[in-house]
Write a protein that binds this ligand. Sequence first.
Ligand code: PSV
Ligand code: MN
Length: 426
Amino acid sequence: MRITKERIAEENKPHLKSHTERFDFLSHTLRHAGGEVEAIIDQLAAFQVAIPSWALGAGGTRFGRFSFYGEPATLEQKIEDVGILQSLTQTAGAISLHIPWDVPSDYTAIKELAASHELLFDAVNSNTFQDQKNAKESYKYGSLSANRSAVRKQAVKHNIEVVDIGKKLGSKSLTVWLADGANFPGQRNFQTALQHTEDSLKEIYAALPSDWKLFIEYKPYEPNFYSTVIQDWGTSFMLANACGDRAYTLVDLGHHLPNTNIEQIVSTLMLKGKLGGFHFNDSKYGDDDSTVGSVKPYALFLIFNELVYGMLNNPQNPYPAWMIDASHNIKDPLEDLIQSLEAIQEAYAKALLIDQSQLKSAQEANDVVVCQEILQDAFRTDVRPLLEAARLRRGGTIHPLKTFRSLKIREQLIRERGKNTVASGL
Ligand code: PSV
Ligand code: MN
């Protein structure tokens, strides 16, 4: 299904008056305080976040899975779902594929379909955390780090095949998340595992086209519960440096132990020109994959403050790749993704409100109280009218979630696809 611009304009009508009133009040207040309202709206309108193909179906845990029905069963339907998000929010302009779950059968048709929904193909993701049907070697004891060279070879080859698929779609980056590690003390030799990983990543990097980037994720635990080979940003950073200039660390918000200062990690990586990308989600305990901003919105805002600072001051760092990486157990994924996109944009808009030079002066004067006031003043501002203005400017909805419901989109998808379709993914 597709939502036309006319339909959206129609849905916006009843909300326009209230939007204009709230927008005028906010922009007047911000201008009064020296804020550059138009520049902020431009930046918000240009900000696009990729949607992973694996976030569109019901997730689940090892205890169970509850469908919300009408899930996208094919790559075409996943693209269609992201197209819906893009029409409503105008901030989901790309899809990130996971191979082998999303191998296209007709590349031209898939590219045309994505283009017709105004979508680009973001990073492609390899999968060496599951054994594939008919695979000769098993990843039970690791993939890029495995003891046996035949296993490592198969894992490297898979990553290179993923790049080949991405090339045909116009992707420009490969994201590697490695589940490799050990479940028990003594199970593996740490140094051998790390050395094998470095060598394997170097082989993959050598096969990348010259305009591609390699993103290396890190995560402290799960599925291995004693040690993970790429456990933290330092290990990822070290491996990225070993590979070369176009290899970067990718920060996934859920991949930190509780209370880790993620904003400081972001800042360090940007200073060193090595923050390649970002996976948004939220968590209370670990890799919970919750809706962005649902648990720790202030932490998200502080992260965006560092991102905004880095984008202004660190030309050595490329523009980061943005993606949501979440899984949806009890909410409709499309509704959940709309909430996540809104939370991301909200944090970004609030960070854009911060007067960086004022903050710098307060920092230099060691005026700790004013430093906090500057941050919290921005955080407490209700920036939603700015988000609405950015969406309106691009032909999106004032209220994506309300429109999703009033257009009865899930009901239509269930009618079209049936109740019991299942999406491949996590
Ligand atoms: C697993 O933790 C994970 O969430 C990684 O962050 C990857 O990006 C994603 O799954 C897909 O493999
Ligand atoms: Mn991730």
